[in-house]
Ligand binder design. Sequence first.
Ligand code: GLC
Length: 590
Amino acid sequence: MAINAIEWWKQAVVYQVYPRSFRDADGDGLGDIRGVTAGIDYLAELGIDAIWLSPFYPSELADGGYDVIDYRAVDPRLGTLDDFDELIAAAHAHYIRVIVDIVPNHTSNKHRFFQAALAAGPGSSERERYIFRPGRGEHGELPPNGWMSCFGGSAWERVEDGEWYLHLFAAEQPDLNWQHPDVREEFERTLRFWCDRGVDGFRVDVAHALAKDLTSRPLDELDQAPKQGSGNADNPLWDRPEVHEIYRSWRRIFNEYEPPRFAVAEAWVTPDHQRLYASPDELGQVFNFEFAKADWYAADFRRAIEEGLACAEDSGSTSTWVLSNHDVPRHATRYGLPQVKAKVHHQFVNDWLLRDGATYTEDRALGTKRARAALLMEMALPGSAYIYQGEELGLFEVANIPWDRLEDPQARRTCHGDALKGRDGCRVPLPWVASDMPAPAAWDGSFGDGDTASFGFSAPATGVARADKTAAPHLPQPLWFVEHAVDRLDAEPGSMLNLYRRILALRHELLTSTGDTSLTWWGADELGISAEQALEVIAYARPAAGGKTLVSITNFGAHELALPDGEVLVSSEPLTGALGQDASVWMLLG
Ligand code: GLC
C-alpha cells in the first residue's frame, strides 16, 4: 500500500456532514443516514476524500446530537446500524473515507451510566463515573463553586438527593470522570466498535477537557471560571497534561488496525499546545481554527497560515484548514458584513445574529466574492482542508430563524456574559432542488412552506419507507435558498459548486499527487510590487506535478496586481488582465 493510502488523512479534503440537515430519505423532516448514502454520488463528484459525520447516535438533541445516549448505535430517527454499514460500503466504493465524531468529555443525561449514577445515589461507585460534589451553604443549596458552563449559567446542576454534578456544556451533558476505569473502557470499546465496522478515523469533541483536577485544591478556591486554551498547567479543567496519556492509549488501539486509524482533535488550545494532540503517538491531527476565526484581513490569514504550518512541523503531522463548521456563522456571511476588529472573534456577526440580521447590511455579493477567493487561498495549502456542508453551495447564515424555532441551547442561555442567538443559522437543511419550490413572490427573508416542499431536502431514496406525509424540515429554510440549490448551481458553469469541483480536481491532480508538502512564500520581489502592496497580498508557491510550480495569489488590497508570466489555471473572478481586489488566482509556472 502506498504511503499516501496509509496516511491519506494528512492531505485530505474532508466534508463535514451534519446528518440531521444533509438529506432526509424518509420524509420525516430530519436528515438521516440513508440520506447521506443517497448523497454519495454528489460528494464523489465534488471530489472530496472523506466525510466526517457529526453525531448520528441516539440523542435527545439537547445539543444538536452532542448529547449522546448510546455511543454504539444509530438514532432510530436517523436509521439503523445496517444503514450505517451500507453508507460505509457506498462511501468506500467511491474511495471516500468515513470519519465519525466521538464525544468523550460528556454523555447525555439519558446515558445508562448517568441513569445508574442517579439511581445509585451519593457515595456510590456509579456516581464516580461523573463529577458529583456536595453543594455549599447551610443546606448545600449553593453550587460547589462559581464555574460557568460554556453555554451560560452555572456549570453545576443539582439532583434530587441534593448533590451537584459538573457540566461544562448543557445541563443534559454531564461531564465524565476520566479517572474511572469504566469510562476508559466504554470509549475503548466504542473506538473498536466503529473501527471494526470500517470507520477510517475519528473527530474528537472537546478533546482538551477530558482530564480534570478537582482535588489538588479545595473547589471553592477555584471559583474563577478557568479559561479554555490558557496553556497553564494550573488550569483544573482545560488542556491538562494528563489528557495526553489518554490519547496515547487510544493510539495503541488505532495502531491495531490496518491501516492505522487516526483522529483529529477539537482542542481550543494555544498553538504551542496543539502539536501535542497532533503528535504521531497521540491522535495524529488537530484542528487549526484560525481561518474560521479570522476576519477578512490579509495579515490575519497570513498569521493563521504561518502558525498552522509551524504547528504541523513541530508535531510531525500536517495542518488543517477550516473556514466554517457547525459551530460558527457561515463564512460567506462573515465576509459580507462590515469588517470590524473586535476583542472576541465573531463578536460583530454574533451581534448581528442576535438582532435577526437586521442591524448591519450583509453584502452578499461581496461575501460570495471573498468566499470564492478564500477557497483558492485555502486549497493549495499543504495539509487537510475541512469543508462544512453547504459552503460549496455558497450558503449564507440564516439570520432570521424565528426564536421559537431555534434548537441550539446557546440561544436559551447567556454565554460568557453575552447573549447569543446560537448556531442554528448554519445548520438549516440543505437545498437540493430549485424546481421543488413554487417561485417565491419575494425573497425578503420569508421561509418556505415546508409542508409541501423543502428544496428536495426531503427526497425519496430507493427502497426507503416514506412517512405518510412529508414533514417540514426541522429548521425552516428561507426562500432565498432557491438560488443555492444543487441542481441550479450544477447547471451554471461559474457557480460556487462548479468552482469547488474544479479546485478540488486540480488540487488532486497537481498537488496531492506529488506527496511534496513544501511551501514557499511569495513576497514583493517575486510579485514585482512594493513592500507596502505586498502586505495586502497572500501568495505562495507549491511544487506541482510534472516538475511545475503552482502559485496561489489572493489580493486583499484595492490596488490591482499584475500577474506573473505563466498559465492561469483558475481564477475566483473573471480576469481583466490584472488581479482585482478580493480575488484569487491559481497559476502554473515552469
Ligand atoms: C463541540 C461541538 C459543539 C458542541 C460542544 C459540546 O465544541 O463542536 O457543537 O456543542 O462540543 O459537545
